[in-house]
Design a protein around this ligand. Structure first.
Ligand SMILES: C[S@@+](CC[C@H](N)C(=O)[O-])C[C@H]1O[C@@H](n2cnc3c(N)ncnc32)[C@H](O)[C@@H]1O
Length: 203
């Protein structure tokens, strides 16, 4: 059982998480128009805090995650709200492979620091997008290792990311019109942790 399986049922109890995902959604919306023909992939969808903002604005969303516990919580929410344009899929970004040319938009919130080789997965995301597809990844900027408490360090492979390095990963994956901008700061334990939004387009 992963750390996320254990905390899944209490995940949404922290309002900070709901607020962060909503913030990321608002920042993504500023980049381009969401349209009813879009097929969206949410990477590390968890309990759906990010993807649930998109359900009535796009055609379809696939939520992938390697915590069955988190996905079960999301499944229950989808059933309770009669949402039928979302499908969820167990997927481990450290091992599994995405379908090619499938999506118009790939989104993610606070997940890539859990991937062993994020730069490799960004290339996979590029391949999974159709032409004119977009990538929007929000995650922590480089931090001092105190964002997660000691008991929550399982599966944390990066203490955030240097925005320039992440930008270079987007470039190496062949994304165009790329940017990595700070979008907000998370207040946690008396400290402020900046979060960036990485953006790119597939020509
Ligand atoms: C910090 S949570 C964020 C969840 C959600 N995006 C949100 O904003 O609430 C990170 C999520 O990434 C998932 N995750 C971690 N490592 C993963 C991997 N290797 N493949 C797929 N998902 C992973 C976790 O199970 C968890 O649901």
């Amino acid at each position: 059982m992963s750390r996320f399986d254990k905390v899944a049922k209490q995940w949404d109890a922290k309002s900070r998480r709901i607020f962060m995902a909503k913030n990321t959604f608002e920042e993504i919306k500023k980049k381009f128009f969401l349209t009813k023909d879009m097929k969206v992939l949410d990477i590390g969808a968890g309990t759906g805090l990010l993807l649930l903002n998109f359900v009535d604005k796009v055609k379809h969303i696939t939520g992938i995650d390697n915590s069955q516990g988190m996905l079960d919580v999301l499944k229950e929410k989808l059933e309770n709200s009669h949402i039928n344009n979302v499908n969820i899929q167990y997927f481990d970004a450290n091992k599994d492979t995405l379908h090619k040319k499938e999506y118009n938009l790939a989104i993610s919130n606070m997940t890539f620091h859990h991937f062993i080789r994020p730069e490799n997965f960004i290339k996979q995301v590029y391949d999974s997008l159709d032409i004119k597809g977009r990538i929007c990844i929000a995650d922590l900027e480089t931090e001092d290792g105190t964002f997660h408490s000691k008991e929550n360090l399982e599966g944390v492979y990066h203490f955030g990311f240097d925005k320039k390095i992440f930008l270079n990963w987007l470039k190496q994956a062949n994304f165009k019109n790329i940017s990595t901008e700070t979008i907000f700061k998370i207040n946690k334990n008396g400290k402020k942790f900046p979060v960036f939004l990485a953006y790119g387009e597939k020509e």
